[in-house]
Design a protein around this ligand. Structure first.
Ligand code: VGL
Ligand code: ZN
Length: 200
């Protein structure tokens, strides 16, 4: 068991991000078994779940636009995604093989129509908090390890925010998979490194 100040954050290991899902990440299901294996090593365990209303403004369908194009939102440029992780749907459920029983907390994010939320800590305006920072600090956590989907979006944003909030941050790359669209993986790795995140 790791020391009491360490948490694992398992980001968005959900059906829609796994093969066959609405926003499938190649190899997304390969990380499930090894995540199950390391989860019990951490004294604090948090799972996140992307959780959107069916008319969420990150969906291309709401803009009559093609998926994977971009639009300008009040908080900046937003990638327009296929409809995914709709509240209560099978696609939004955790991968059936993910062992969710050891989790202490499930953080849902992206539930406000007007704003996307890649990060487990802040919505995409980078200021509206999810509450996770307070939860972790209240539990005495100062060190976090991130795994999950997708490396270049939700893992990246969560890791960079965690570093910005003063946590010591490691991303285990072998327990993540990327969307890797339009150079996003290389950009994400550069952003994480720049923020002081350890890529292991
Ligand atoms: C994610 C795109 C849209 C992710 C979530 O979990 O990385 N990516 N919503
Ligand atoms: Zn989403």
């Amino acid at each position: 068991m790791r020391p009491a100040n360490e948490a694992i954050l398992v980001i968005d290991v959900q059906n829609d991000f796994c093969p066959g899902g609405a926003l499938a990440v190649s190899g997304g299901d390969e990380i499930v078994a090894p995540i199950n294996a390391i989860l019990p090593e951490f004294p604090v365990r948090v799972l996140t779940q992307d959780w959107h209303p069916s008319d969420h403004l990150s969906f291309a369908s709401q803009h009559d636009a093609a998926p994977m194009t971009t639009t300008e939102m009040p908080y900046g440029t937003q990638v327009l995604w296929p409809d995914h992780c709709i509240i209560g749907s099978d696609g939004a459920a955790f991968h059936p093989k993910l062992d969710t029983r050891p989790a202490d907390l499930v953080i849902r994010k992206g539930f406000r129509r007007e704003i996307d939320s890649y990060s487990a800590f802040f919505e995409n305006d980078r200021t509206t908090p999810t509450g996770l920072d307070g939860y972790l600090k209240n539990r005495g956590v100062d060190t976090v390890t991130l795994v999950g989907l997708a490396t270049d979006f939700c893992v990246n944003y969560s890791a960079v925010d965690a570093a910005r909030l003063g946590f010591k941050v490691t991303v285990i790359e072998s327990l993540c998979r990327a969307i890797d669209f339009d150079g996003s993986l290389a950009a994400a790795k550069a952003a994480m490194t720049e923020a002081g995140v350890t890529l292991s």
